[in-house]
Ligand binder design. Structure first.
Ligand code: HEC
Length: 269
């Protein structure tokens, strides 16, 4: 009897030590409990070693004893196991869903926002194209309306009034895509160029024309780097008829909005 208590005591001490180790290693409580139970089972086996041997059995009695022992073992195992905390995959899924749910929602929102932004960008492109088409359409109207005589360039068509001349200038602004780099009337200028709403107060029409024909002729104050790099393309005198460039310069010369901070042009060459 004393032996039993001694062995049970050893089992409890070992089990307690295992719980402490599990706790120290930050294992889940269920693991710690499991360690303790295993230590107790070990103690029980240890105790059983001292049990009195049962008498020899044979025949049907022996078979029955084996089956009974087997049933006992299975019952203890199954019952014991079902008492322990169970691992439920559904539980784990729910936990993971909870953790990921927020992130997923956020990324879906992000995707939606990205799609909206892309749709907006496309819409803007369509609008810009429509503008250009309109420009082209009326450009033809200007060219065809006064019945151009042979050899005459469309923009130089005779009989175009001052209004039409200005219109040609505005068309060139759209056609040559100056708006890509320059903001005007609050539109365009996504790239590296100055806002031009007050250019008419700073340069004469002639000077604006010089700047378009030869971007090195003037430098916008504060745009030294861009000027050095030659960001403003030196190609417009090849792309425009002289009349068209004059019209563009004249049209830009009408922009005298002093509330816009168009940088001072500095004469270079
Ligand atoms: C690829 C970009 C780009 C394009 C396209 C472009 N420019 Fe510029 N432009 C610049 C930059 C950058 C500056 C400032 C640096 C400089 O003066 O060269 C500038 C300066 C100017 C200035 C002088 C502004 C000031 O305050 O001194 C005028 C005028 C001008 N551009 C007119 C035009 C016109 C008209 C067109 C279309 C025919 C045009 N630009 C196309 C980039 C561009």
């Amino acid at each position: 009897m004393g032996n039993i208590f001694k062995k049970l005591g050893i089992g409890l001490v070992v089990g307690g030590a295992l719980i402490l180790v599990g706790h120290w290693q930050e294992l889940p409580i269920s693991f710690q409990v499991l360690f303790f139970i295993v230590a107790l089972i070990g103690a029980v086996v240890f105790i059983l070693l001292d049990a009195q041997p049962i008498g020899t059995m044979s025949g049907g009695k022996a078979l029955l004893a084996v089956i009974a022992f087997w049933i006992l073992l299975v019952t203890v195992c199954v019952a014991g196991a079902s008492l322990l905390p169970q691992f439920d995959p559904e539980d784990e899924r729910a936990k993971i869903d909870k953790l990921l749910g927020k992130e997923r929602a956020a990324s879906q929102k992000g995707k939606a926002e990205e799609l909206i932004a892309r749709a907006k960008a496309l819409d803007e492109q369509v609008k810009a194209l429509e503008e250009r088409l309109k420009g082209l359409g009326s450009g033809q109207a200007v060219a065809t309306a006064p019945a151009p005589s042979a050899g005459e360039k469309p923009a130089a068509a005779a009989g175009t009034g001052a209004g039409d001349f200005m219109k040609v200038g505005e068309e060139q602004w759209q056609l040559q895509e100056c708006y890509n780099c320059h903001k005007l009337r609050g539109e365009g200028g996504k790239k590296r160029g100055p806002e031009l709403d007050n250019i008419g107060s700073l340069l004469t029409v002639d000077e604006i024309q010089q700047k378009i024909a030869d971007p090195k002729s003037f430098m916008a104050e504060g745009y030294e780097k861009e000027y050095q790099k030659g960001i403003m393309p030196n190609k417009f005198k090849d792309l425009m008829e002289p009349k068209e460039m004059q019209a563009l310069a004249a049209w830009l010369g009408t922009f005298k909005n002093t509330s816009v901070n168009t940088p001072k042009p500095i004469k270079k060459s």
